[in-house]
Design a protein around this ligand. Structure first.
Ligand code: FES
Length: 123
């Protein structure tokens, strides 16, 4: 069993994934909320990614979601590809909307205490 690194280009995140796990399974193991996981068999199309770099083993996936042209551009269903090298992927479609949204668990950005007009420090 070999272990590879998958880098999600949109977020800069990366994770380890063995050649026995689909790229989607590895992504789910990241623990991010909202990663769309549908049929896990290449039929629903929610887990679309574009492989920008690297080698993978591809299993059967629905032509309703991945056309031959899509495939030539590296667009695949992440539940149906298994890494054969380190991969650089970009999430697209429904996957992008969920993976790239801000994390709800992050605290709100800090606010600055600004002096009010009339304070002696206001200049
Ligand atoms: S989860 Fe349904 S196509 Fe990947």
């Amino acid at each position: 069993m070999q272990k590879f690194t998958i880098r999600i280009e949109n977020t800069g995140e990366h994770y380890a994934c063995t050649d026995k796990r689909s790229v989607l399974e590895g992504m789910v193991a990241l623990g991010r909320r909202g990663i769309p996981v549908g049929c896990r068999q290449g039929g629903c199309g929610v887990c679309k990614v574009q492989v920008l770099e690297g080698q993978y083993v591809r299993r059967v996936m629905s032509r309703a979601h991945i056309s031959p042209e899509d495939e030539q551009n590296g667009c695949v269903l992440s539940c149906r590809i298994y890494p054969a090298s380190d991969l650089r992927v970009s999430v697209i479609g429904a996957m992008k909307k969920n993976v790239c949204r801000p994390l709800a668990s992050l605290p709100p950005p800090p606010t600055m205490n600004q002096p009010r007009q009339g304070d002696s420090s206001w200049q």
